[in-house]
Design a protein around this ligand. Structure first.
Ligand SMILES: [Ca+2]
Ligand SMILES: [Ca+2]
Length: 462
């Protein structure tokens, strides 16, 4: 009986993993010195494992191949290569993971095949030389000439990729044209789309349907310099979304969109438009903007020629049409239109306009501070707003209201002696071990009383 069960189990495992029996791991540089050599030798289902070091990129022209680094993506550096992209993925079901991908002459990873997974990579400093035709995506480019059916882009750091084309640029960090995409938990910072004519999507340009969730999208830029033929357009410094004509909606949920910029810097006798510093939405289709932080984004139009019009609108969000849902977002300090942009953002839909209290963006911490109105225990829908949860605390502020006072003393007494709720911080000592002795007890209560009422020393948590 046991043997029959084993045979049945083995049969079903083999059905689920059609290549598992034949797949092998090819190691670079021990089996093949180059990644291209390993790709050329690989069969469907094989894994190409790249040991720490620096290598050139490759053309991935075989289906069902995984190419992976060594856990920490900074250990395996793939630099440049002979193609315009560092990795050209032309086959279906290819996974690229855990590597640093840099030095692309146009793009870090180009995907033309279906069902690609781009996961846990650092995609950094892929630059397009200035004299070029319009390009589509400098960090990652999905489906350029044709739409792919499905792609996943997860947990990558997409940093400082720049397209600066004479003819305009589309998608500095990510260009994605797919029937369905999942773009999740990425950090997308400092990417740029610069050039003449029109520039769209400094951080992300998406055309299709799917989920964009859990991403930090910060400090990305579109900058349009001139046009010989039409309006100079700079749309979507952070994100450009186009769902028009696609079956699935775009769910843009739980992202932190901060400090992005759209700008037009000139015009040779043409009109100037800068729209959507944080997010630009194309009319048509169904776009949902829920539970995002949209903070400190700007649109700027620089001086223009007399007789031409100039528009800068939607520092936070711009749409020429309706957006299906704008629900429970924190929209703060954008310019123009501090509390949003061209769209109607209603407090009745649980949107609000407060400082989200990010921990320390200047040092790369885009988490929220304990008293943030976006924290699950403070937000109007009791769910997290933005991409990242609480990641810093004020020592002594046990109740997370942004001040240290008698309420915190009461909170600590209740917690220690009356089965009151735990302090919000994690670990608990981060806000409540105010005398820094490794324990939370009556001595901390005495310390806080001394501090507030007897001129004692300030709280000093571990
Ligand atoms: Ca407090
Ligand atoms: Ca203590």
């Amino acid at each position: 009986m046991l043997r029959i069960k084993y045979i049945i189990l083995t049969y079903f495992i083999s059905l689920c993993m059609p290549y598992s029996v034949l797949s092998i791991t090819i190691t670079v540089p021990t089996d093949y010195t180059t990644i291209q050599g390993a790709v050329d030798a690989a069969n469907p289902g094989d894994v190409i494992s790249v040991l720490p070091g620096t290598y050139s990129g490759a053309f991935l022209t075989k289906a069902n191949i995984t190419i992976t680094g060594f856990g920490d993506p900074s250990l395996v550096i793939i630099s440049g290569g002979t193609g315009m992209a560092v990795f050209d993925v032309f086959a279906d079901h290819v996974t690229v993971e855990s590597m640093t991908i840099t030095g692309g002459q146009m793009t870090g990873v180009f995907v033309g095949g279906d069902f690609a997974i781009i996961e846990s990579n650092i995609i950094i400093d892929n630059h397009v030389p200035y004299e070029c035709f319009r390009t589509y995506g400098n960090g990652i480019s999905i489906g350029d000439a044709s739409t792919v059916s499905y792609v996943e882009i997860r947990n990558n750091q997409i940093l400082d990729n720049i397209g600066s084309c004479d003819d305009g640029q589309t998608g500095g960090g990510i260009y994605c044209k797919a029937e369905y995409f999942i773009i999740e938990d990425n950090v997308i910072i400092g990417n740029m789309a610069i050039g003449g004519q029109g520039d769209y999507g400094g951080g992300i340009y998406c055309q299709g349907g799917g989920i964009i969730s859990g991403n930090v999208i910060a400090g990305n830029t579109t900058e349009a310099l001139w046009s010989y033929t039409h309006t100079v357009e700079s749309y979507g410094g952070g994100v450009y979304l186009d769902n028009n004509g696609y079956a699935s909606p775009i769910n843009f949920t739980n992202n932190t969109v901060v400090g992005n910029k759209c700008e037009t810097s000139g015009g040779i006798g043409h009109d100037l438009e800068a729209k959507g510093g944080g997010i630009y939405c194309v009319p048509g289709g169904t776009i949902l903007l829920d539970r995002n932080i949209i903070l400190n984004n700007t649109c700027i139009v620089n001086p223009f020629k007399e007789g031409r019009y100039a528009i800068s609108d939607g520092g936070g969000i711009y749409s020429d049409g309706d957006i299906a849902s704008i629900y429970a977002n924190d929209v703060h300090n954008n310019s123009p239109n501090s509390s949003g942009g061209s769209v109607v953002i209603l407090p009745a839909d649980y949107n609000f306009f407060k400082d989200p209290l990010l921990c320390d963006p200047s040092s790369g911490n885009y988490g929220i501070n304990c008293p943030s109105p976006c924290a699950p225990y403070n937000s109007p829908i009791s769910l997290l707003i933005g991409a990242l949860n609480v990641d810093c605390y004020f020592c002594g502020d046990l109740n997370c209201d942004g001040a240290i006072n008698v309420l915190d003393i009461v909170y600590l007494v209740n917690y220690k002696f009356k089965s009151g709720p735990e302090p919000h911080c994690d670990p608990i000592t981060a806000c409540s071990d105010v005398n820094n002795d490794g324990q939370v007890n009556v001595l901390d209560i005495i310390y806080l009383v001394d501090y507030k009422f007897k001129g004692g020393p300030a709280p000093n948590c571990p």
